[in-house]
Design a protein around this ligand. Sequence first.
Ligand SMILES: NC(=O)C1=CN([C@@H]2O[C@H](COP(=O)(O)OP(=O)(O)OC[C@H]3O[C@@H](n4cnc5c(N)ncnc54)[C@H](O)[C@@H]3O)[C@@H](O)[C@H]2O)C=CC1
Ligand SMILES: O=C(CO)COP(=O)(O)O
Length: 320
Amino acid sequence: MIVSRIAVIGAGAWGIALATQAARAGAQVHLWARRPETLTAERTLPRLPTAVLPASVTVTSAMPAQADAVLLAVPMQHLRAVLAHVPPAGPMVACCKGVERDSLALPLDIIADAHPDLPRAVLSGPNFAHEVAQGLPTAAVLACDDGGLARRLADHLTTPTFRLYASDDTIGVQIGGAAKNVIAIAAGATIGAGLGENARASLMTRGLAELGRLAEGLGGRMATLSGLAGVGDLILTCTGPSSRNFSLGLALGRGETLDSILGQRTTVAEGVATAPAILALARAHDIAVPVIETMSLLLAGDIDLPAARDRLLNRPVGTE
Ligand SMILES: NC(=O)C1=CN([C@@H]2O[C@H](COP(=O)(O)OP(=O)(O)OC[C@H]3O[C@@H](n4cnc5c(N)ncnc54)[C@H](O)[C@@H]3O)[C@@H](O)[C@H]2O)C=CC1
Ligand SMILES: O=C(CO)COP(=O)(O)O
């Protein structure tokens, strides 16, 4: 039997979960940690105590030399800086969700800038790290322009409890992962402000329409957003209390300021930085995204919560 070699770049919650899953799938795993000392002697993250890294995972601050797949699991706004130090060890798989501020680049654009000749893919879906680490049943999508390669890369990680579907719609999958976090902040704010479950379900559905328009406008397929990387991740992130984006929205809705919420956290809520970036991307392509636009204004402090609510409720009612 050939044993896969999987490199994971980033030892935050998602990197630890993916390394654990790769080991579960039988791989030899190289886990690059910026600060290996943040892992305890028991090889767990203090804030992810259910995940104990298996023995086949080597944790190191050295970059991998060669791998069948390199899984990039660092926060989106640090991806470019980290990639500058990642050698061309093998096909690169973006596992982060977002749009880069200023450049408006999607994860695969950033990989292409760093390693133009390497195959690149994106992994996304409804995946809380703590559940993947525990081996609870999970599904996700792995997309690559080369659909055959997507399947082969997915096979390195797939087990009965981690079902990786293959896709060739890299744009749709990246847009789903990026935009759902902004909608999740909106869903959290809706619940936090006491606006009710009807409002949340409506926001999720109109948000899904924005994801679909964005995907199509940028060259992806609307149908992809009906799958795991779109509606699947929207459901999880807009309803799961352990979502960092949802809980940030919840606190905003209850009246806390963004600065105070972020000041209490060490973990990343990608929707905050991605909201203005994805709005700029939508405007550049003339795509209507009223929920994302409203959240971007709210997060920037340009409008307050009642104004955000009124902005959405007073829009002309169209057809569906
Ligand atoms: N946690 C989850 O459940 C999931 C996370 N993701 C995505 O994975 C990506 C990473 O998220 P998490 O692992 O949850 O992060 P995290 O919130 O657990 O921790 C942030 C990580 O970023 C590292 N970091 C901070 N500054 C850095 C820098 N300048 N350069 C490199 N690394 C730096 C920290 O050391 C820490 O390990 C995000 O894009 C997130 O959306 C995707 C699916 C699930
Ligand atoms: O992407 C995720 C689940 O699919 C994680 O969501 P949060 O970053 O909001 O916790």
